[in-house]
Design a protein around this ligand. Structure first.
Ligand code: SF4
Length: 348
């Protein structure tokens, strides 16, 4: 359990992110956590690089609506502070853990006493120099060896309330590392492609890597890392889970890519429908199709749809044509019908 969120076993895959504010700025951090919570984030991580940040943890942990994980490098004293502060978990970095060496037993005892799990967060960029030398670079084997060695340090003290990540910026290396790790241990796994890049590239890398692993049943919680506001990470994370049917799909627009047969401007139509239904929290599949080739078939399969042609749109609801409207009324009709269906489902 990370606070109230189960991670591992048969628990649903959870989505998490990390704040970008200075943690010691309590108001800004809590504001960002509130925005993340509203976007569907289930667990949030905050960086704790200084004493001021450590001192902010009790209020942040208390006021956050979702479990807070303290991310700690270098300073074991902040690990104890985070545990005492009521943080739901602590993440430590193996590149720094040697400095924790004499403290491991104490950390294990404190975490155990407070029921606080620890994430062993191996990262290609901060791999233990010993393993870098042994493998030449951050190979999947090096990442896995590092993670399991770090785990063994805690296991020696009887502590097993652990989850692991082995992040790499190359999705191929990352996928191999997690596959090897899953074969060698039973700990819950936190998936991440580290330094994945700006939104577009990071989304693709994360979707490809998480998709491959989650489809094999590997991964218990995910964090999409983007050089973009953290709320974007949550949107992408939830989208990945929905695409894999690991989470009930919310609003889904099925729209064709358009082609030479299109008789309407599909792009604009799809965008206007999406914008008009933004924020509607309802599992609804809306098909926006450009012509009569695949249009009626897709529109019939969806909850709601339009097959366009000859300046008109045939509107389908639950497989039946309910009306035909001029092109200028397609968007408003779809939105009207979507809201009516949502109301019927009892969703606002
Ligand atoms: Fe082209 Fe029609 Fe298919 Fe859209 S539905 S891609 S317009 S054939």
């Amino acid at each position: 359990m990370v606070g109230s969120v189960p991670v591992g076993g048969d628990a649903p895959v959870s989505v998490q992110s990390m704040t970008t504010t200075v943690t010691a700025d309590i108001n800004a951090t809590l504001q960002q956590i509130a925005a993340l919570t509203a976007s569907g984030c289930q667990i949030v991580r905050v960086a704790v690089p200084s004493q001021d940040d450590a001192e902010a943890l009790p209020i942040i942990a208390k006021k956050s609506q979702i479990p807070v994980i303290a991310d700690i490098h270098f300073q074991p004293k902040y690990v104890f502070a985070a545990i005492e502060a009521g943080c739901a978990a602590v993440r430590v970095n193996p590149g720094n853990i040697k400095k924790f060496d004499d403290k491991i037993g104490e950390i294990a005892r404190a975490a155990s006493d407070h029921g606080v799990p620890i994430r062993i967060g191996v990262n290609a960029g901060s791999l233990d120099p010993r393993l870098l030398q042994k493998y030449g670079k951050a190979t999947p084997e090096a990442l896995v060896e590092s993670a399991l060695w770090e785990c063994s340090l805690f296991e020696e003290h009887g502590f097993r309330d652990i989850k692991i990540s082995v992040k790499h910026n190359d999705p191929v290396v990352m996928v191999q590392a997690y596959r090897q790790l899953a074969a060698q241990c039973d700990y819950p796994l936190h998936l991440g492609v580290t330094e994945a890049g700006p939104a577009f590239q990071g989304t693709i890398k994360s979707a490809v890597a998480f998709g491959a692993l989650l489809a094999e049943g590997i991964g218990d919680t995910i964090r999409v890392s983007l050089s973009a506001p953290p709320v974007e990470e949550i949107k992408v994370g939830i989208g990945i889970l929905e695409s894999l049917n690991l989470r009930e799909r919310g609003l889904e627009i099925v729209s064709c890519p358009s082609c030479g047969r299109a008789q309407v401007d599909v792009y604009t139509l799809a965008e206007q429908v999406q914008a008009g239904l933004e924020g509607l929290k309802v599992p609804l599949r809306v098909a926006v199709m450009g012509c009569v080739v695949n249009g009626p078939g897709e529109a019939r399969e969806a909850d709601l749809g339009v097959a366009s042609g000859n300046g008109k749109g045939q509107i389908f609801v639950k497989g039946e044509v309910i009306k035909t409207v001029p092109e200028s009324q397609i968007v408003e009709t779809l939105i009207e019908e979507a809201l009516r269906l949502a109301e019927e489902m009892g969703v606002e």
